[in-house]
Design a binder for this molecule. Structure first.
Ligand SMILES: *Cc1c(COP(=O)(O)O)cnc(C)c1O
Length: 222
C-alpha cells in the first residue's frame, strides 16, 4: 500500500491545485481506498449505487470524504443515490433531474449536480445532446433542490488527441455560453480520465476523474 500511496501523492502533486481530483474507485477495494485517503484524496467517484453503499458504510469513519456518482442512474435507485452521494455528476435527462429534485425535497437535501452532455453522438453513452440541454435548461433552472454546478463530459472512445481536445474545448465554450445566456451559476467542468486528463486540464477542466492511473487496471466485472 505504501507504493499506492506514493503513486497517488505524486499524481496529485502533478495536477494544478485548483483542479479537483475525484479518485474513481469502481471495483477498487476498501483497503486501496483507505490508501488513497492516506494520500490525501477526499473525493471518491463510483458508478454503481450498490457498490457505493457497501463502501460508504465500510468507510463511514472517513467523515470528510465527498462521494460522487459518475455512472448512469436508474430511476428506481434515485432515492438511494440521494442518500449516498453528495454529488451526482451523471444526470443525463430532464426526467431524472426532476425525479431527483422531488426526492431531494422529500429528504430535505440539496445535492450538487452535473449535467452529463454528449458533444458528439455516442451510442455507448447516455447524456443530453446539446440541443436537448438548451431545451431543458429553463425547466432545470426551476429545480430548486438541485444545485446544478456544471457539466460532465466523456468523449467517445477512439478519438485521437486533437479530437479529444476539441471535445473538451467545446465543453468549456458551452458551459461559458450557458452561464452567460441563462445566468445559471454553472462553473464546474468535470472531464478527463486516466488517458486524457492532461488535455482536459488544458481545456479548462475543474474536476478530473482518474481511476486506473491511480489504482492500476481494473478487474473486469461480469
Ligand atoms: C471509469 C470511469 C472513469 C475513470 O476511468 P479511468 O480510465 O480508469 O481513469 C472516469 N469517469 C467515468 C464516468 C467512468 O465511468
Amino acid at each position: 500500500m505504501t507504493e499506492l500511496i506514493d503513486r497517488i501523492v505524486q499524481f496529485r502533486a502533478s495536477i494544478p491545485p485548483h483542479v479537483r481530483v475525484i479518485a474513481v474507485t469502481k471495483t477498487v477495494s476498501v483497503e486501496a481506498m483507505r490508501a488513497a485517503y492516506a494520500a490525501g484524496i477526499r473525493d471518491f467517484g463510483e458508478n454503481r449505487v450498490q457498490e457505493a453503499e457497501v463502501k460508504r458504510s465500510a468507510l463511514a469513519d472517513l467523515s470528510d470524504v465527498t462521494w460522487h456518482l459518475i455512472g448512469h442512474l436508474q430511476s428506481n435507485k434515485a432515492k438511494s443515490a440521494i442518500d449516498l452521494f453528495d454529488w451526482i455528476q451523471s444526470v443525463d435527462s430532464l426526467k431524472l433531474a426532476q425525479r431527483l429534485n422531488r426526492l431531494a425535497q422529500e429528504q430535505n437535501r440539496h445535492p450538487q449536480i452535473c449535467l452529463q452532455v454528449k458533444l458528439l453522438r455516442d451510442p455507448n453513452k447516455t447524456g443530453f445532446s446539446i440541443e436537448e440541454l438548451w431545451e431543458a435548461l429553463p425547466q432545470l433552472s426551476e429545480l430548486l433542490h438541485l444545485q446544478i454546478r456544471g457539466l460532465m463530459v466523456i468523449p467517445p472512445m477512439g478519438l485521437d488527441e486533437a479530437g479529444t481536445l476539441a471535445v473538451f474545448q467545446q465543453a468549456k465554450a458551452l458551459v461559458e455560453k450557458i452561464h452567460q445566456q441563462t445566468g445559471l451559476p454553472l462553473d464546474q467542468l468535470s472531464m478527463g480520465m486516466s488517458d486524457d486528463y492532461a488535455l482536459a486540464i488544458q481545456a479548462g477542466a475543474t474536476i478530473i476523474r482518474p481511476g486506473r492511473i491511480l489504482f492500476g487496471a481494473r478487474v473486469q466485472l461480469a
